[in-house]
Design a protein around this ligand. Structure first.
Ligand SMILES: NC(=O)c1ccc[n+]([C@@H]2O[C@H](COP(=O)([O-])OP(=O)(O)OC[C@H]3O[C@@H](n4cnc5c(N)ncnc54)[C@H](O)[C@@H]3O)[C@@H](O)[C@H]2O)c1
Length: 324
């Protein structure tokens, strides 16, 4: 089987590429290298291409035919909530326009199976204990909106062109499956805290007066290696006959508070952390934890790594890179 992985030089994409290669699949990576790193794609063919370029659809279709690809995984997107609020046009143009080019290329090259990176950001600030896929998404920022619209586009492409698609709504992704594939961006809690500690600063907690047991926000952390396995499971699902769902949450169903994450980081580094308490950030729900029942039942996938595994892998990857 041959899979074209768009955005495969990025943090999550490169884990999926590595996993597919270890399972003996042929992989071609398409990436603009805007945030991606070429070395992460070792073992796969790399085609440098911006999927938002005017001629991208034709070029992608060419690459799909040349590779003999039978599936596509599409990771390439901007992913910063704050930036999306400041530059919504860029998010609509690139996240939606890029996906439109990918789907048109798949239709033209008759590649049927597509897996799309969606996000828990589609849900906005749901007031429920466990978020199920039945909940109507209500994104509260352009980033989340582009992911939700992306899911509609998949459904349209299924109807129009006979594609078979899966959207995976990732919850909080962290950790490293291989040290050299670790997250180099400083946007999520674990890398943000590790970066502060590296600078000799205390971590900052944004709000400790939420309606949660310890007052800090609760999220559902999923190890990037487990997430990579979910993509492999999604490809298997698309290649099979039965396919009752096209949208899946990817999380563990277990919530961890910011203070619990800080404790885990302290354990992994053998130190006790003393966080500063800052003000709440706009748009942060108190709790965002998924029900992972659908993906377990339909794809046979469950997360196997707990918070300590996730944090330890991130800390060890940094140490392996010679950072404290
Ligand atoms: N990291 C998270 O916590 C998280 C959570 C939910 C959803 N997601 C989604 O998962 C996907 C991957 O995220 P990531 O954390 O690996 O990000 P990343 O920035 O590390 O990877 C994105 C990759 O896509 C490439 N890319 C970007 N624009 C491109 C374009 N126009 N043409 C070709 N390649 C392009 C980048 O060079 C990079 O290699 C994104 O769609 C993101 O929205 C990520």
């Amino acid at each position: 089987m041959t899979t074209l992985v768009i955005g495969g030089a990025g943090y999550i994409g490169s884990h999926v590429v590595r996993l597919l290669l270890t399972k003996g699949e042929k992989v071609v990576v398409v990436d603009s290298l805007s945030t991606g790193i070429e070395e992460r794609t070792a073992g796969a063919e790399l085609v440098e291409l911006d999927v938002t370029a005017p001629d991208a659809s034709e070029k992608l279709a060419f690459q799909l035919r040349a590779a003999g690809a039978d599936s596509v995984i599409h990771f390439a997107a901007h992913k910063q909530v704050g930036e999306s609020v400041e530059k919504p046009e860029m998010y609509w143009h690139d996240n939606i326009g890029g996906l439109a080019n990918v789907l048109a290329a798949c239709a033209s090259a008759e590649v049927r199976d597509v897996v799309f990176s969606s996000s828990a950001a589609v849900y906005g600030v749901p007031d429920v204990d466990l978020v199920t896929e039945e909940l109507t998404p209500q994104p509260i920022n352009p980033y989340g909106a582009t992911k939700y619209v992306g899911e509609w586009m998949l459904a349209d492409a299924e109807r129009a062109h006979g594609l078979r698609t899966v959207a995976l709504r990732y919850f909080n992704v962290a950790g490293a499956g291989w040290p050299e594939l670790a997250d180099t961006a400083v946007m999520n809690l674990v890398p943000i805290v590790l970066d502060r500690l590296e600078q000799g600063k205390d971590p900052v907690v944004f709000g400790d007066d939420y309606d949660t047991p310890d007052g800090t926000c609760i999220r559902d952390y999923v190890h990037v290696l487990d997430l990579a396995e979910a993509h492999v499971a999604a490809l298997d699902y698309l290649r099979g006959e039965e396919r009752p769902h096209r949208v899946f949450n990817v999380g563990t169903g277990t919530g961890s508070s910011v203070l619990e994450v800080l404790d885990a980081i302290g354990r992994a580094r053998g130190v006790e952390l003393t966080p500063e308490i800052g003000p709440r950030r706009a748009g942060d729900p108190a709790r965002l934890v998924c029900s992972a029942t659908r993906i377990e039942e339909a794809l046979g996938w469950t997360g196997t790594h707990d918070l300590d595994d996730i944090v330890r892998s991130a800390v060890e990857a940094r140490r392996g890179a010679g950072r404290p």
